[in-house]
Design a protein around this ligand. Structure first.
Ligand SMILES: [Fe+2]
Ligand SMILES: [Fe+2]
Length: 229
């Protein structure tokens, strides 16, 4: 209590006047609070930027999936009726995913990727080529695409859970459907599956398409999300 009394009287406190110490403490407290606020708001800005990039990459990826499945549905031979029925259902899922990511953009000030045309053309070419290879080509493509998408979404969910619960829930819901596409493709490919060459080529084409359509942002985004875990 004596120091409160001293403070009121303006008495010396050690080598410095009490009022001076109190004033300096207030300034230091204010400065450190301001620093904390600055750090917090800069962290929030970084999070918001990353969330916008996640939405842009995901929307572009879903746009590509729509192109791939549309081309496969059109060019796959009529003797694969069961696979065509599944492709039609899956195309419906991918369209719904694309809309869901697009709808989530305005609230977060995100905009679609400007290179969506790359995905339209690239996805269509990939879909046509794999449809020409028949059942194995289509399923190998689905497995490669869905495996890639599943990996991207898994990292995003871990990041989003503590930052944007609504978007994390949306990505989780979509990931469940992507996983069902992957399981269908792997189950129907059978234990031997496609040749490693075909699998590797389709997987690489998918990654390249995602990277080109997002101007390399998909690769940088994965790296950043791992750093922010
Ligand atoms: Fe999807
Ligand atoms: Fe999918």
């Amino acid at each position: 209590m004596w120091w409160i009394f001293s403070l009121r009287r303006g008495l010396d406190f050690g080598n410095r006047p009490v009022a001076d110490i109190a004033a300096r403490s207030k300034v230091e407290l204010f400065t450190s609070k301001a620093q904390v606020v600055c750090v917090m708001s800069s962290a929030r800005a970084t999070d918001q930027r990353l969330i916008r990039r996640i939405l842009r990459v995901n929307h572009a990826g879903e746009h590509g999936a729509v192109s791939i499945y549309s081309a496969q549905l059109l060019h796959l031979g009529s003797r694969h009726a069961d696979l065509k029925a599944w492709l039609a259902e899956t195309l419906g899922h991918e369209r719904a995913h694309r809309s869901a990511f697009r709808d989530a953009m305005p609230k977060r000030a995100a905009k679609p990727c400007r290179a969506l045309g790359v995905w339209s053309v690239g996805g269509w070419v990939l879909g046509c080529l794999t449809a020409l290879l028949g059942r194995t080509g289509v399923l190998a493509c689905t497995a490669a695409v869905e495996r890639t998408v599943h990996g991207h979404l898994q990292e995003q969910i871990a990041y989003l859970r503590r930052r944007d619960g609504d978007l994390a829930a949306l990505v989780e819901r979509i990931q469940t459907e992507e996983l069902s596409h992957l399981v269908y493709a792997e189950t129907n490919l059978g234990p031997s599956g496609p040749s490693p060459l075909l699998q590797g080529a389709v997987g690489a084409a998918t990654e390249i398409l995602i990277a080109i359509s997002t101007r390399g942002d998909s690769i940088r985004l994965r790296r950043t999300l791992r750093e922010h875990r």
